[in-house]
Design a protein around this ligand. Structure first.
Ligand code: NAP
Length: 291
């Protein structure tokens, strides 16, 4: 099978390319602007907002499976640049979907728990979507495009955690460093997700790409956790004795867009359809990623 990963230089995409490179014969990766080599796979820039460039690159790639993880994925960037968010996340997905359908390629679209409003967790695949942010709205609109394809899957992923593989320091690396340096950090005690490790998420996407599953599926970790609890458990895992963590409240930090309070995902469907791909708890995932 010929695999194509968009967003290959990203937090998730770099894990996925690493995972695929170990066992798949042909793996190609696209980024937005960065040309890099990941485990012998040459990742090339193909801007999703440039339909002609995407079409040319897609025809050259001739993929059988496309895992579409490329996205303007920062909530704050989407709010600041809503047109660009729509062009890359919605229109870019439309171009890829049309090309995939024409070629008969399987399309796996990576979506997010932030298509929900956070008032009715835990969310199942058939729960109504109600995004609160520009980011969430673009992801929900892209989901609708992908649903119209016959051989496609939408996978809604929860908050991901783990060390970055792409040399770009992320929130997790920053938090681990701050904990080790005993810097005081405030984390919300009243906002919940079902966090999932980046490595198990990449393995799950691999399995989903190889499968014939169609429709929407949720992919979250087995535990509902606040951001504060994530920090506390990370501190314990790292052996930081005096945790300098402060419990914050969402009300004390109002943002430009409302934040969903609890977007925990119910991943029962995943566990029944893909029992061989475990969704490990926080500490097991960390142990696997940091060894
Ligand atoms: N991280 C999470 O916790 C999380 C949770 C749920 C769902 N997701 C979803 O998972 C996917 C990957 O997220 P991530 O955290 O890995 O994001 P990320 O680290 O911000 O990476 C985004 C990727 O998309 C590429 N990209 C951005 N704009 C592009 C454009 N116009 N054309 C082509 N490529 C473009 C970037 O390439 P360059 O770096 O070269 O610009 C990069 O490879 C996204 O669809 C996101 O919605 C993430």
């Amino acid at each position: 099978m010929r695999w194509l990963v968009t967003g290959a230089t990203g937090t998730l995409g770099s894990y996925l390319v690493h995972e695929l490179a170990m066992s798949e014969r042909t793996v190609q990766g696209w980024s937005g602007a960065t040309a890099v080599d990941i485990d012998g796979i040459a990742v090339k820039p193909v801007d999703l907002t440039d339909a002609d460039a995407v079409t040319r690159a897609f025809r050259a790639a001739r993929p059988d499976v496309v895992v579409h993880a490329g996205s303007l994925a920062r909530i704050s960037d989407c709010l600041r640049f809503p047109d660009r968010a729509r062009q890359s996340n919605v229109e870019g997905t439309q171009v890829l979907a049309t090309l995939s359908a024409k070629r008969g390629a399987r399309l796996v679209y990576v979506s997010t728990d932030l298509v929900f409003d956070g008032r009715a967790a835990p969310y199942r695949e058939d729960s109504p979507t109600q995004p609160l942010s520009v980011y969430g709205r673009t992801k929900a609109d892209a989901e609708s495009i992908v649903h119209s394809l016959s051989n496609s899957a939408v996978v809604r992923i929860s908050l991901l955690f783990g060390p970055m593989r792409n040399q770009r320091p992320g929130l997790f690396d920053w938090l681990a460093e701050a904990l080790r340096a005993s810097q005081p950090i405030t984390l919300f005690a009243d906002e919940w997700r079902t966090p999932l490790g980046l490595l198990p998420a990449a393995r799950a996407l691999h399995a989903l790409g190889r499968s014939d599953f169609t429709g929407t599926i949720h992919l979250g970790g087995p535990e509902r956790m606040s951001r504060l609890e994530m920090g506390q458990r990370l501190a314990r895992f790292l052996g930081v004795a005096d945790t300098p963590l402060v419990a914050g409240q969402r009300d004390s930090a109002p943002g430009a867009e409302p934040r969903p309070q609890d977007v925990s995902l119910d991943s029962t469907l995943w566990r029944s359809r893909f029992p061989q791909i475990r969704l490990p708890d926080f500490e097991s995932a960390l142990a696997d990623m940091l060894k």
